[in-house]
Design a protein around this ligand. Structure first.
Ligand code: T4K
Length: 385
């Protein structure tokens, strides 16, 4: 049955795009025939080559997920001490700093696009600071020029967590061409998925070499292991799927753009509901559709979240709670919420609405009606309207 035609269907925040199984079978037959399942086999190699082309990047190293991509970039950057970062992200961002034995140093975000505020970075730098880990949150480009200028002045490494930024173009070119490293996630919930997967984009061949050594236990060759590494390789199955998904990406992006356009029309003019504008000179990938539920709206964000569930819409509070409030980070000197007023407010007001390629217009209209409806009028899922 088509999505949207049954009253018992829950609509989740996302639904992955999958190609026809028929398209995948020949690739699986190839894997079955040659029995190379992993360890940087032929599909892995082809996927990296095609990603280099598509992402306009010279050095792409695929990984088994976006979190280990962050781990690999941090290891390759040989960072020490403190890392300036945003508290407004998915938990993997801050955890990757802590897991490397480094200290996160939180800096507030900009109200315009929720990326780290470069005007706050310089004052936060201490003699222990060696890097900036910024996030292109929802695919919104960080202020890459200002960040690079600060990094150059203070000799800091720049890593972009670009988990949300696959295929995003900024000022006519790939957003992933900035910084020393950028990391991607190809998780099922992303605009481009390989079920699980990720990648590190390195600015230099030397950086790429270190990332790739990390990916394979630190091996350089059979008997040379100069550094500590993990096993963060992508399997041949995921790489083959990635090659196939790449063929469909632009069509999926077009479909998502249409869903985004409809939301902007349907939600315009609701008092207390703010949508984030698409930033200038950006070609987005439309992975998320965040709204802010302002105090002027007649329900709180959490009330609206529950209210929408009553209508069968499972929106998500990406990103709440703020990472600086988590038990392992909240005692850090940089974590005080008086130092992070913008991020604190945004985390309290954010709600990401369902966003995926084949979200139907009928469902979007129902969702917009539910946002307009009274709290008392919520109907349990499955009850005929
Ligand atoms: N950096 C940033 C900025 C990130 O946002 C992320 C991940 C990372 C780093 C780390 O990358 P990875 O290591 O994950 O590659 C999800 C994702 O698991 C996570 O990848 C993502 N960010 C984060 C923002 O969201 P959950 O726990 O909210 O996902 P879950 O399982 O509740 O899924 C949401 C909805 O999607 C479900 O209600 C239904 C739908 N769904 C989900 C899955 C997994 C499907 O339809 N099919 C599926 O297979 O974390």
């Amino acid at each position: 049955m088509e999505r949207g035609t049954t009253l018992t269907d829950m609509i989740y925040v996302t639904r992955p795009f999958l190609p026809d199984l028929d398209e995948l079978i020949p690739l699986l037959e190839e894997i079955w025939a040659n029995r190379i399942l992993t360890n940087q086999g032929p599909f892995h190699q082809r996927f990296e080559e095609e990603l280099c082309h598509f992402l306009e990047a010279k050095h792409v190293s695929v990984m088994c997920n976006g979190t280990v991509a962050l781990n690999a970039a941090i290891a390759a950057a040989e960072i020490t001490g403190e890392v300036i970062t945003t508290p407004y992200s998915f938990v993997a961002t801050t955890h990757s700093i802590a897991m490397a034995g480094l200290t996160p140093l939180f800096v507030d975000i900009r109200p315009s696009d929720f990326t780290i505020n470069p005007a706050r970075i310089e004052a936060a730098i201490t003699p222990q600071t060696s890097a900036i880990l910024a996030v292109h949150v929802y695919g919104n480009p960080c202020d890459v020029d200002a960040i690079q200028a600060i990094a150059n002045r203070h000799k800091l490494t720049v890593i972009y967590d670009a988990a949300h930024a696959f295929g995003v173009r900024y000022r006519g070119k790939s957003l992933l061409t900035h910084g020393d490293f950028s990391t991607l996630s190809f998780h099922a919930t992303k605009a481009f998925n390989t079920f699980e997967g990720g990648a590190v984009i390195s600015a230099t061949a030397a950086g790429e070499k270190l990332v790739r050594n990390y990916r394979n236990f630190g091996f350089v060759d059979e008997v040379t292991i100069p550094a500590i590494g993990g096993n963060t390789k992508m399997s041949e199955f995921n790489a083959a799927l990635g090659l196939l998904q790449l063929k469909h990406f632009e069509e999926v992006r077009r479909q998502r753009a249409e869903v985004d356009r409809r939301y902007r029309e349907l939600l315009a003019g609701i008092e207390g509901i703010d949508m984030l504008p698409i930033p200038p000179q950006v070609e987005p990938n439309f992975t998320y559709f965040p709204i802010l539920v302002r105090p002027e709206f007649r329900m709180s964000r959490d009330e609206l979240y529950e209210h929408l569930k009553g209508y069968g819409f499972y929106a998500r509070r990406y990103f709440y709670p703020l990472l600086s409030t988590l038990p392992m980070y909240r005692d850090l000197p940089s974590a005080g919420h008086n130092k992070l007023p913008v991020a604190t407010d945004v985390a309290e007001q954010i709600l990401c609405l369902p966003m995926y390629h084949d979200l139907g217009e009928e469902d979007q209209v129902r969702l917009a009606d539910a946002i307009r409806a009274d709290r008392s009028s919520a109907r349990p899922v499955g009850v005929a309207r």
